[in-house]
Design a protein around this ligand. Structure first.
Ligand code: ATP
Ligand code: MG
Length: 456
C-alpha cells in the first residue's frame, strides 16, 4: 500500500471523528446547560430558605423564645448547624429554669428572713428590699425599689457605711439609732460589697438586725445590777457604822448598846429580805419551765396565806377577813410561787394601812379565770405611781417603805409570777382611801375523774 495514501486516509478519518465529537458536544450542551442552571438555582434557593430559618430561630432564642426550633434540614452542610442551634435552645431552657428556680429560692429566703435585707447597685439604687427591711425602716417595699438608697434611708451613718463598703470592697458593721414614726429603734447593720466575676464592684447588700429589745434588756440588767448593789450597800454601811461605833466606844451604856443592836438586827433583816427577793427574781427568770406546775386548790392556798398573816395583822390591830368561797377553784401552777404572790399582796396591805385598818381578801370566778382581790383602806397610791409600783426597786415613799423593811421588789415579783402563770395583776387605788390589787389566773381544765387534788 502507498504510504502517502494511507496517511491521507487517517487524517480524514480523524477530522471526521473530531467533527462528530464537536457536533455531539454542541448538541448536548444545548440541554445540559439549562438543566445545570436550574439545579444550581434550586440549590441556592434551598440554602437561602435554610439560612432564613436559622436566622429567625437564633433571633427568637436570643429574645428568650426558647421553644423555637429550626425545622429538620436536608440541605447539605446545614443539618449540623440546625442541630447545634436546637441543642442551644434546649440547654438554654434548662439554664434559664435553673436560674429562675435559684432566683425564686433566694426571693423566698429573703421574704422569710426576720432580718431586713436591702440590695443596692453600684450607683446605690435599691434593687431589692425584703418585707422585714421595709417594716424596720418604715418604707413601702414596692415604691422603694429603683430609688436611690439615700432618698429612702435618711440616715447618714448607713449611707456612709454603704459608700465605704462599695469603695473599699469590704464588710462594714454599724450600730444605728433609727427613728421610725414615734419609736426609736436600734439596728446592727452589716454592709457587704458585691463584685462581679471580674472583681468589679456591682453594689452592696445590707443586713439589718433589730436589737432594740436586746438593748432595752441590757439596760434593764445594768440598771438592776446598779440598783441591787446600791440597795445592798445601804444596810451593809449602816451595820458597819453601828459596829464601828460600838467597837470604838467600849464605855457606851447598856441602853444605847441595845438600841445599836436593835438597829443592826433591823438592817440585817432588811439585808436578808433583799437577798431572798433577789434570789427569787433570779430563780423566776432562769426557770421559765412549767416542770414545777401542779393542780392546786386555789381557795385552800389563799386560806393558808391569810392564816399565816394573823400575827402581823394582830400586831397592827387590823381586821383581816376572807370572804366565803362561792365555789372551789382549781388552777395550774407553782404552789410556792402562788403562795408568795398571795403573801406579798397581803403583806403590802398590812404594811401600807395605818393601825386598825380593814383588809379584805376575796376569791371568785370570772369567766375562765380565778380572781384574787386584796383590798385595804390604807394610805392608797396616787394615779401617777400606780403602774410604777410594779417596777423593780420602785417605792412611792422610799423612807416609809425602808422603815418597814421594804426592798421595793415585792410587786415586781408578783407581776413576774402572774406572767409566768399566764395571768395578770392590776391595781386600783385612791390616795388616802385605800387600794385593791387584783390577780387573775386561768382556771385549770376540769380534772379527770379520780385525779382531783387532795382536800386540805
Ligand atoms: P417589799 O415588798 O420588797 O418588801 P415594798 O413593799 O416597798 O418592799 P413593793 O411590794 O414592790 O415593795 O411595793 C412597791 C411600793 O408600792 C411600796 O413601796 C409602796 O409605796 C407601794 N404599795 C404597795 N402596796 C401598797 C398598798 N397596798 N397601799 C399603798 N401603797 C402600796
Ligand atoms: Mg411589798
Amino acid at each position: 500500500m502507498n504510504p502517502l495514501k494511507s496517511s491521507y486516509f487517517w487524517r480524514m478519518t480523524l477530522s471526521h471523528v473530531v467533527f462528530a465529537a464537536a457536533a455531539i458536544l454542541f448538541g448536548a450542551s444545548l440541554w445540559v446547560l439549562p438543566v445545570a442552571l436550574v439545579a444550581a438555582s434550586y440549590m441556592s434557593w434551598r440554602r437561602l430558605i435554610a439560612m432564613e430559618h436559622l436566622t429567625q430561630t437564633t433571633e427568637a432564642i436570643a429574645q428568650g423564645d426558647f421553644d423555637r426550633r429550626v425545622p429538620e434540614q436536608h440541605t447539605p452542610g446545614f443539618k449540623r448547624l440546625a442541630d447545634a442551634v436546637n441543642l442551644l435552645a434546649r440547654t438554654s431552657i434548662r439554664r434559664v429554669s435553673m436560674l429562675t428556680a435559684d432566683r425564686n429560692r433566694l426571693a423566698t429566703i429573703f421574704a422569710g428572713m426576720v432580718e431586713g435585707v436591702v440590695d443596692v447597685d453600684e450607683k446605690q439604687n435599691i434593687i431589692h428590699i425584703n418585707d422585714a427591711a421595709a417594716l424596720l425602716l418604715g418604707l413601702v417595699r414596692e415604691s422603694s425599689v429603683g430609688k436611690p438608697v439615700w432618698q429612702e434611708i435618711r440616715d447618714q451613718k448607713i449611707i456612709l457605711a454603704i459608700d465605704d463598703a462599695i469603695r473599699n470592697r469590704t464588710v462594714i458593721k454599724v450600730r444605728v439609732d433609727y427613728p421610725r414614726n414615734t419609736e426609736q429603734l436600734v439596728f446592727d447593720i452589716y454592709v457587704a460589697s458585691l463584685s462581679d466575676d471580674q472583681g468589679e464592684p456591682i453594689g452592696a447588700v445590707l443586713v439589718l438586725h433589730d436589737v432594740t429589745e436586746l438593748k432595752h434588756l441590757e439596760r434593764i440588767r445594768t440598771d438592776f445590777v446598779a440598783n441591787a448593789s446600791h440597795e445592798l450597800k445601804t444596810p451593809i454601811t449602816a451595820i458597819r457604822g453601828l459596829a464601828e461605833t460600838m467597837v470604838g466606844d467600849p464605855d457606851v451604856d447598856k441602853s444605847t448598846l441595845l438600841q445599836y443592836m436593835e438597829r443592826i438586827h433591823a438592817q440585817s433583816l432588811r439585808l436578808s429580805n433583799l437577798v431572798t427577793d433577789l434570789m427569787t427574781i433570779s430563780r423566776l427568770e432562769s426557770d421559765q419551765a412549767t416542770a414545777s406546775f401542779t393542780r392546786i386548790n386555789f381557795n385552800d392556798l389563799v386560806r393558808r396565806e391569810v392564816k399565816a398573816a394573823a400575827s402581823a395583822v394582830e400586831h397592827k390591830f387590823h381586821s383581816l377577813t376572807l370572804d366565803p368561797f362561792p365555789e372551789t377553784l382549781e388552777v395550774y401552777g407553782d404552789r410556792q410561787n402562788l403562795s408568795q404572790l398571795c403573801n406579798n399582796l397581803i403583806d403590802n396591805a398590812i404594811k401600807y394601812t395605818p393601825e386598825g385598818g380593814q383588809i379584805k381578801v376575796r376569791v371568785r370566778r370570772e369567766m375562765a379565770d380565778a380572781v384574787l382581790e386584796v383590798e385595804d383602806n390604807g394610805i392608797g397610791i396616787s394615779p401617777q405611781y400606780q403602774e410604777r409600783v410594779f417596777e423593780r426597786f420602785y417605792r412611792v415613799d422610799k423612807a416609809r417603805s425602808q422603815s418597814l423593811g421594804g426592798t421595793g421588789l415585792g410587786l415586781s415579783i408578783v407581776r413576774n409570777i402572774a406572767e409566768r402563770h399566764h395571768g395578770s395583776v392590776g391595781v386600783s387605788s385612791q390616795l388616802g382611801k385605800g387600794t385593791t390589787f387584783t390577780f387573775r389566773i386561768p382556771l385549770a381544765e376540769p380534772a379527770l375523774p379520780g385525779t382531783e387534788p387532795p382536800k386540805s
